[in-house]
Ligand binder design. Sequence first.
Ligand code: ADP
Length: 325
Amino acid sequence: MENNAMKTIGVLTSGGDAPGMNAAIRAVVRAGCELGMTVYGINRGYNGLMENDMVKMGLRDVSDIINRGGTILRSARSDRFKTEDGMQAALRTCRERGIDGVVVIGGDGSFRGARDLSLHGIPCVALPGTIDNDIGCCDYTIGYDTALNTIMQMVDRIRDTTESHDRCAVVEVMGRGAGYLALNAGIACGATSILIPEIEYDFDRDVIQRMVRTQRSGKVHFVIIVSEAIGGVEEMAKRIQKETGVESRATILGHVQRGGSPTVKDRLVASQMGHKAVELLSQGIGNRIVAMQNEKIYDCDISEALTMKSSVDLDLYKVAMDISI
Ligand code: ADP
């Protein structure tokens, strides 16, 4: 890596937290230090930038965090940052601290902030950190694999008890407006039905009739996975019980999905992305997202990326339906 002009950078985590954010922070700090940069860890997302709340971080300040969930810098949402007053406060801090560039780790909301800051003269590189995997330009977002594995482990446990009691478990999983977590976890957990926002469903056809059909071939316990964008799992469980006679329970997995030690994949991707972000900033390049496509790390323009839509693999849905019978 070559360090042209950039001498001082900041790193922040913004929006919903995700396992692997710490691995990304570690990579940014270490890669920055390696280039002789001063690296500030900015606390509580854009709040820390507006309020000048940050600490210089050296090599040893990021020891023992690669294995930890959450974010040591803490994360936050800030409406003020969306205003001109908030932007001016952030620019003031950058001037006072001599910050020439910022690495922003977060979701697409955080990317809009990074774009705005770049357009105001502070080059930013954004890294996709969200368990939802819902960012258009990226096949993969930091935290997604850990969340998937957590869901699988939790549903496996629930499945044990549905098996003991001949029950049906209706499980709501996260994903915001996207069905990636539900679809992929649904396949991994052998769910009889998977309801996601990208695919229109008919409850009788896609849940009740599928259960009845599998009952005829001898199935006595069931798992139904429902994306949070659809919700309503309590009512669904009642309806299933009434119409199939199978005792049914609803579970909302909730924030257990956001925590935990990151998997190998999340640590690897976060480390590569953090390193790449510093490489770009060191060349004076900002207003970029570091993303992953076809298992390769690349970078793209933030504004362009924000116009791209993410979409689940419909073939994968067909696979799920064909084999969960
Ligand atoms: P995520 O990054 O996980 O999508 P949010 O959508 O809550 O989470 O965004 C995180 C933060 O990014 C917001 O609280 C705000 O400070 C900043 N942000 C979001 N949208 C914009 C925007 N349009 N302009 C400037 N900053 C934004």
